[in-house]
Design a protein around this ligand. Sequence first.
Ligand code: MN3
Length: 204
Amino acid sequence: MTKIFELPALKFTFDALEPAIDARTMEIHHGKHHAAYVANLNKALESAPEYYEHTITDILRNIQSVPEASRTAVRNNGGGHANHTLFWDILQPGGSKLPHASLAKMIDSTFGSYDAFVEKFNQAALTRFGSGWAWLALDAQKKLYVYSTANQDSPLMDGQTPILGLDVWEHAYYLNYQNRRADYIKAFWGLINWDVVQQAYEAA
Ligand code: MN3
């Protein structure tokens, strides 16, 4: 049976991240935006149904091999599906303190300190013009990078593995923060489940 991509359930209720992220934003973001990326990804792959059997990670890592007629739609909607799936996964009501174990050491050795890493990530998130994402990602040599991507582009498309991401599209924060992206970014740091990020780091 052909598998099609599905919207993953949230691990928490829509209001669980309040006041940092309001319930209405979560409801629309997950139930409308992410759901639409999944639906449009499935539609884009109707002409190349063999891709339903692939993982979204594999598809994005090999985006250039997706048939050209579907590639842009898969890039946008497959990227949207993967990015939001990671985003929901690393969020947790109240967060979980700080990075620990091997990831904490790597953050310190790469960026100088946790605070320096946060500053660099904040700058990436704040200066991304228009819509996009800020990332902590690993390259093939397991080196850590902080940067941002436009639209729904994923670090997977650049041969990197994202382990922490922040959605800075206006749909992610506008109801609660309007133009105050910096306040939304600041609130994000109190919502991160570093156990999940650590697991992603070890798995990469
Ligand atoms: Mn979004």
